[in-house]
Write a protein that binds this ligand. Structure first.
Ligand code: ADP
Ligand code: MG
Length: 624
């Protein structure tokens, strides 16, 4: 019988390997860039044509190759980077499989010129579909210049499979960004035909981020640093308000190698919880350093997946690093309920707040002496509903509250950007006295309140600001059970599903603390006898139903605790909205109350409540 098994010719074996290593122009670019960095290049140029389909060229000033190495580098499993299998577990360089050049050369026309430092002449080599067409001595600069032309020229199926130029270009840019981020100390440039897309000077990581993503990232980065015995995390995260609807600006590097990990991504978004709605994606560039023996990067040929031997610890460290960074830079509003426990003692505005909503007249549902008055709804112990919510809100509180010494200190903490620019960015509250403020506060687009300060303008988003004010008030009321009620003239019944009814029963106490007066009225039915006094209600039923909807959303989407969810829900439900017309005293009260908040900077989704246009900024628009 004849033997039928044969070894595949190298060219075919290489082509098969290429199927894994080179899927598209971007994968070739990645390999070439990594080789250039591994070779110690300090200045690396990229040139592409037709989104890499026609040309991908990478030029470095690294150590170059000898004539023999230049030839060897295109052999499969030829590498200078590992020698033993132990080396596999201590990998610090990018490449290590020795497959990339062999694979690329199997499916393209490759021209390489390379010269080692100190050598007079370099080598030029042409390879097409694994076949060496030409090799000769040549004069060329130190380093390596490799041009990959007509990718997949000999694999039409692959070539046809490529996407449109814009799509392939996007992949190229992504790969470029990843390598450029992990080597900020290396200069990079990137040209498409004659157009320069990037020109990045060597520098710090923050400069590299700005170089890649644009000037708008400058004030938006928060440094992140956490060091533990086995794992370090460092890098930058974007502030919550800078988060985007689309993904793509999230980068993890493990020992400087870009990796994808939905598990670690979750650790980051978890740390942002409550600061941002769940459909937003925060920017981050995080570098993890870990002993190479604790990871396995060899699970996928394109090497963007990774296994940690202790995944949970890595998760916890990443999350805590991000949380700390957010906290240290005063980005996190006090959403953590535990922080609000002492609110009652510290809060200087209790008395005013209570005055504001007419405490003397108010009905306290938890006051046993008033129990039997449930029946006599018209009783004077209920606050009259004829007073509109707005009037109640502002009663006795027109103009700016006086800021006491202690609060002033707090306000000094409200910086607009990270500590680095602390001095220039303090929010001095330089409002003119209320009497001088006439005409200086106005509304734009029925959405923004513009208030004049001595040093510029303050632009406040009315809904965000009011939500913040109400949220802090409700949290306070929940802590003290101090919410006051207004009577419902025609107490509506509300029929709930069994599940919703159970849910309401679960938060009944909290609802009462806020000022709701609810009584059970048959199966799964409630009677709403009172609602919080400071809310202008036209329809108690829809207020309550809306509140429940919001509550369920916050509770499940953001897994916030009861009080937190409830305070947010009611704030969202009862706040003024875009489109509400405000008069001057209402606007001034919002401004005043906002800055009496513990965390005036951010709304409930981590969105900004206001921006400050100071004189310098205004001047900068008019520079000649
Ligand atoms: P790997 O990077 O996994 O070792 P490659 O096929 O990418 O495999 O490269 C093979 C070898 O060729 C490398 O180990 C390196 O010695 C050499 N090489 C590749 N590119 C360059 C370069 N730009 N400068 C110097 N040497 C290079
Ligand atoms: Mg390589």
């Amino acid at each position: 019988m004849n033997d039928i098994i044969q070894l595949l010719p190298d060219a075919i074996a290489n082509q098969i390997a290429a199927g894994e290593v080179v899927q598209r122009p971007a994968s070739a670019l990645k390999e070439l860039l990594e080789n250039a960095v591994d070779a110690g290049g300090t200045q690396i140029q990229v040139l592409v044509k037709e989104a890499g389909k026609m040309l991908i060229q990478v030029i470095d000033n690294g150590k170059g190759m000898s004539m023999t190495d230049a030839r060897m580098s295109f052999e499969r499993h030829a590498t200078s980077k590992i020698r033993t299998s132990e080396d596999l577990f201590a990998i610090r360089t990018f490449g290590f499989r020795g497959e990339a050049l062999a694979s690329i050369a199997a499916v393209a026309q490759v021209e390489m010129k390379t010269r080692q430092k100190g050598e007079e002449l370099g080598t030029s080599i042409h390879i097409e579909g694994s076949e060496v067409k030409k090799q000769e001595l040549t004069s060329c600069p130190e380093g390596t210049n490799i041009a990959v032309k007509n990718l997949f020229f000999n694999v039409p199926a692959r070539r046809n499979f490529l996407k449109s130029n814009p799509v392939e270009m996007r992949h190229l840019v992504e790969e470029f960004q990843r390598v450029a981020l992990s080597y900020p100390e290396v200069g990079f440039s990137f040209k498409q035909h004659d157009m320069e897309l990037f020109n990045l000077n060597p520098g710090k990581l923050s400069q590299r981020i700005v170089g890649l993503f644009g000037k708008s990232y400058q004030g938006q980065l928060v440094a992140c640093l956490e060091e533990t015995p086995h794992l370090n995390v460092k890098g930058y995260i974007g502030k919550p308000e800078h988060a985007k609807k689309t993904r793509g600006e999230q980068f993890f590097f493990v020992n400087n190698r870009y990796i994808k990990s939905s598990y670690l991504h979750h650790a980051v978004t978890h740390a942002f919880e409550g600061l941002m709605s769940s459909e937003m994606h925060p920017f981050y560039v995080l570098f993890l350093e870990i002993e190479p023996s604790h990871i396995d990067i060899n699970v996928h040929p394109t090497k963007t997946e990774i296994k940690f031997d202790d995944e949970r610890t890595v998760y916890a460290v990443v999350r805590s690093a991000v949380k700390q960074a957010l906290g240290a830079h005063n980005v996190v509003p006090t959403l953590d309920f535990s922080l609000d426990v002492n609110f009652a003692e510290n809060w200087k505005y209790n008395i005013e707040d209570q005055k504001e909503i007419g405490r003397e007249n108010a009905f306290r549902p938890d006051d046993p002496g008033q129990e039997n008055k449930y029946k006599t709804f018209q009783s004077s112990s209920f606050q009259r509903k004829s007073v509109s919510g707005w009037e109640q809100l502002f009663e006795g509180n027109v103009g700016l509250p006086e800021i006491e010494e202690e609060r002033k200190e707090d306000i000094d903490f409200l910086t607009f950007s990270s500590k680095a620019s602390e001095n220039s960015s303090k929010l001095g509250l330089e409002f003119p006295a209320p009497s001088e403020r006439t005409g200086l506060t106005f509304q734009v687009d029925l959405n923004y309140i513009v208030a004049q300060m001595s040093s510029g303008l303050l632009i406040i988003e009315q809904q965000a600001a009011h939500e913040r004010i109400l949220y802090e008030r409700y949290i306070r009321q929940l802590g003290q059970a101090s919410g006051v009620s207004q009577q419902c003239l025609f107490p509506p019944h509300i029929q709930l599903s069994a599940a919703d009814f159970a849910l309401v029963m679960d938060i009944k106490e909290e609802l009462q603390s806020l000022g709701f007066v609810l009584t059970e009225f048959g199966k799964d039915t409630l009677l709403i006898q009172g609602v919080p006094a400071d809310i202008q209600v036209t329809n108690e039923k829809s207020l309550f139903e809306g509140l429940l909807e919001q509550y369920k959303h916050f509770k499940s989407e953001l897994s916030l605790d009861k009080r937190e969810s409830l305070a947010r829900s009611l704030a969202r439900k009862s706040s003024i909205k875009k489109g509400n017309r405000l008069d001057t005293s209402e606007m001034e009260t919002i401004v005043g109350q906002l800055f009496a908040c513990k965390n005036p900077n951010y709304g409930l989704s981590g969105n900004k409540t206001f921006i400050k246009l100071d004189v310098q900024k205004i001047q900068s628009f008019f520079i000649r």
